[in-house]
Design a protein around this ligand. Structure first.
Ligand SMILES: [Zn+2]
Length: 102
């Protein structure tokens, strides 16, 4: 089974600071279809993206802007985004993981 796990898993308030999967993605990984796993992996590895991360300017993924009802970031504990410009685009997984909790 394909996995982005780098054997450095650490739950950082809802997201893994090692492989940057959300806890839901990690817990349900074995129930995902191959296509679902591929989608998550391409987002984490920045092979596909919806926009640029406002913090590090690397490709980032927002599921909402792709037409989904929820976004992967909804599963995370609320981060302190006050250092960001208001209404800026979503951070990438890596940057959001590093923000302090709100
Ligand atoms: Zn970023």
């Amino acid at each position: 089974m394909k996995t982005p796990c780098i054997a450095a898993c650490k739950n950082s308030h809802g997201i893994c600071s090692g492989c940057h999967r959300t806890m839901n993605e990690i817990v349900n990984w074995r129930h995902f279809s191959d296509a679902e796993r591929d989608t998550v992996i391409t987002h984490i590895q920045r092979q596909t993206s919806t926009h640029q991360c406002p913090s590090c300017h690397a490709p980032a993924q927002c599921d909402i802007s792709q037409g989904k009802a929820t976004c992967w970031c909804f599963e995370l504990e609320q981060r302190d985004t006050s250092s960001l410009v208001e209404n800026s685009a979503c951070l990438c997984r890596q940057c959001l993981t590093e923000l302090p909790l709100a």
